[in-house]
Design a protein around this ligand. Sequence first.
Ligand code: BTN
Length: 247
Amino acid sequence: MVSIPERIHLLELDVVDSTNRLARELGVNGAKPWTIVHALEQTAGRGRKKNDWLSPRGNLFLSAILKPINGPKRWSELSFVISLAVADTVAVVTNRSIIGLKWPNDVLVNNKKISGILLETGSNAKKESYLVVGVGLNIAHSPKGTRYGATSINELILQKSSVKTILPILIRAMVNWYDIWENSGFLEIRKQWLKRAHGLGKRIEIVGMAPKTQEGIYTGLSKDGRLVLKKDNGEIELVSAGTVTFV
Ligand code: BTN
């Protein structure tokens, strides 16, 4: 069994509404960095863009409270940092190397979503900011009826795995990539993320960004994590938010 690094303060729960909701509350009350809330089940799991995150027992749900030395302007880079940690975890557990990273923070196997990451920020009574990084990883179930196709770890391997086995592997990978980010900076993260980028060079549509839906070729990732879109008129647009669909 892989051990959990010493810096982690792990709070293990049976059921909670949302580990992100609870972690934000703990953050307000001054919880230490690297406090991780883990629950076996969520009754009101939250996804990006106010979507629900179906959270049945058997899948993995955790939220980490972080206070990076890199200032809040750079915290969105952690989407990429934690995506790499999830990708490594899935690669190790399923013994396969092709894991796709979909901008900004989905992890895909066989073009289907296996994990989602949700970043939220807050500040405590002393007005110190903190970040909550929530990770949902499908292990035993791949929720049906989602807008995207979903898969799970146990669909990919013969000998079933479990939350208990995967949790310490994921936490170690999160610490490992976080340290790479703090010590070597975002350019190293960007380089590694691009190696696994899903759909580079493909035609995409980005919905949910002002002023309207944009279409073009997905040509890369900027030095600050924005998607590089080459529009049909040849202009380059750096996109900071939105949902990517391949067209
Ligand atoms: C997404 O929409 O892709 C992000 C999903 C994030 C889900 C995780 S599960 C653990 C944590 N607690 C939540 O309520 N949401 C995140």
